[in-house]
Every structure is written in C-alpha cells, then in structure tokens.
Design a protein around this ligand. Structure first.
Ligand code: URA
Length: 298
C-alpha cells in the first residue's frame, strides 16, 4: 500500500490529507491487503474503460451482429456454450440480472462437476472474482453421502483455493470427526465461491448471481443429506428468511432444479461457534441428527 501511495503522490497534486482520506476510504471498504508487489500508478493509466456487461441472453434483432461464440472449455460441446460471456477485465463487472441469467445458463449446461468448475472459472459476471485470488470450488469426496455448504471463503480459503481450511475449518474437521466423518467422506462447498474483500457479507445481488452454481453443484453431487453451515447458506438454499437459531436442528428439504428433494440440516456456522462456544452443544446435537439420518437412509 505504501508503494502505491508514493506513486500517487508523485503523479498527482493530492495533498497528504487527500491521501489519508483515500486510505480511510479503502479501509472502510474492506481493502486490507496489497494485491501486487510492484507499485501501480493509477493516475498514469488511460481514461477509465466503460464497465463491461454480459450480453443480453435474448437473440439480438436481425440487423444486429450476434456476439461471437467463445471457444468451448475443454471437453464441452461448443454449441452448449452460451454466447459471449464477458471477457476477464480489470474492471469489476456490475452485478445485474443479465449476469444472473448467464450464471443460470452456464450452470445448467454443466453436466459434470469438472465442467461446472470450468464454467465458474471462466465466468466474470460476479464482481467478487476481481478481488479474489482463487476460485474456491470444493473440497472432499464428490461421491459423498453428505454435502456441507458454508457461506463464502475467507482469507485462508482464498489463498489455498479450498473451503474451510482456516480456523473455522479446523473446528469443522473436529465436528465431523465426532460423528465418524472426514474430508474423504463428505463434500464441502460454499454458496459464494470467491472471497468477499475484507470478509464482508456478500450482497444479495452477489448471492443471486452465484446461487445457480451452488444449486447445480448440489444437484451434481446429489448427496443423501445436505448440511447448511450458518444462516446465509440455510436462507439461500432453503428459501427461508428465518434466523439460524430457529432453523437449526430441524430437518428441511432442499429441492433441486430437476425436482430432487434432499433432506437438509441447518446448523450453526463453525465461525459462530468459535465466538460462542457455549452453543457448540447445539451443533453437536445437529450433527448427531445427521449421523442418525445417514443410518436411517442406508
Ligand atoms: N467460512 C465459510 O463459510 N466458508 C469457508 O470456506 C470458510 C469460512
């Protein structure tokens, strides 16, 4: 950050007070780390480019030229790739309905988890991707009977590209071990696959854009039991606005786009349990429910 500030000072008439204001603005926006080692003089860059948006998913009028079809990801039928997803840009895309529609289309056309991962890696419609280091797709066994879904990656997950590898992940591992499970017998993902800057809460728009991907991921894994880790996962995937303390411990159903009903257990997020250890006993009960359900279904 300091090196960037030097570049800004050299190239602009900004006073130290202006610079302090800019830094305060960054801090309040959750910018908490430098992304590049070398300084970047943003003032020397060309005039800002217009924000790129996803093309409309309806056919263009006849006199307009249709956007070029992009190359199919490896192993994918080119005819199944939707027209012209926006190119990766240094400008964050603006979340809007067109991006959500594109995400739905990409998710639906993925017939395997690997295809889905490739479609997500190529998707530029969620602004969170612009600040994240890695796509955090999943960890664990895709053939598992249990799938756990959290909210969004944090710093450690962003660095490693794997869900739940930080402090809350270590607690989750201990919770799983308590009912005889581990990452070889469960599959783990998040509603949002890119780290929100500064670990801020994802916006409703961001969640709507990413929702088709996690819904398709659940459908492709097709677990016997889904575990929603925390309120955001439960609310997004169980279509409810109830709070997690009311939801937890009670079986719900997640219905996939193709109509498969999967029993779902909402429980407390490990990060919440680290802050509120007195509630670990509640999560323990929920995990025992999961264990009993798996026994009943086998
Ligand atoms: N919290 C989450 O919801 N997901 C992670 O992957 C890590 C922390």
């Amino acid at each position: 950050m300091r090196t960037n500030v030097r570049a800004m000072t050299a190239a602009s008439p900004n006073s130290p007070t202006d610079i302090a204001d800019i830094l305060a603005f960054y801090a309040s926006a959750g910018v908490d780390e430098a992304l590049e080692d070398a300084p970047v003089n943003r003032f020397a860059e060309a005039a800002p480019r217009p924000v790129e948006r996803a093309p409309a998913l309806v056919a263009p009028p006849p006199e307009e030229k249709a956007p070029e079809r992009p190359a199919a990801p490896p192993g994918l039928d080119a005819s199944k790739v939707p027209d012209a997803p926006p190119a990766r840009s240094s400008v964050a895309a603006v979340p809007d309905e067109a991006q959500a529609a594109l995400a739905r289309q990409l998710a639906t056309t993925a017939t395997t988890l690997e295809e889905l991962r490739q479609h997500m890696a190529a998707f530029d419609g969620c602004n969170l991707k612009a600040t994240a280091k890695n796509l955090v797709f999943a960890d664990g066994n895709p053939d598992a009977e249990v799938m756990l879904v959290g909210e969004a990656p944090g710093r450690d997950e962003d660095i490693e590209g794997l869900p739940f590898v930080g402090r809350s992940g270590r607690l989750l591992d201990r919770m799983l071990a308590a009912i005889g499970l581990d990452r070889t017998s469960v599959y783990i993902a998040n509603v949002i696959p890119w780290r929100p800057p500064g670990n801020r809460t994802p916006t409703p728009h961001e969640t709507e854009i990413c929702r088709p991907f996690i819904e398709r991921q659940i459908e492709l894994v097709n677990p016997k039991v889904l575990v929603n880790l925390g309120g955001p996962s439960a609310k997004t995937l169980l279509n409810t606005s109830e709070g997690i303390l009311r939801l937890r411990g009670n079986w719900r159903v997640h219905t996939t786009a193709s109509g498969i009903a999967i029993p779902a257990m909402p429980t407390l997020h490990p990060a919440y349990l680290l802050r509120t250890p007195a509630h670990k006993k509640l999560a323990w009960r929920d995990f025992l429910e999961v264990k009993a359900k798996l026994r009943a279904l086998s």
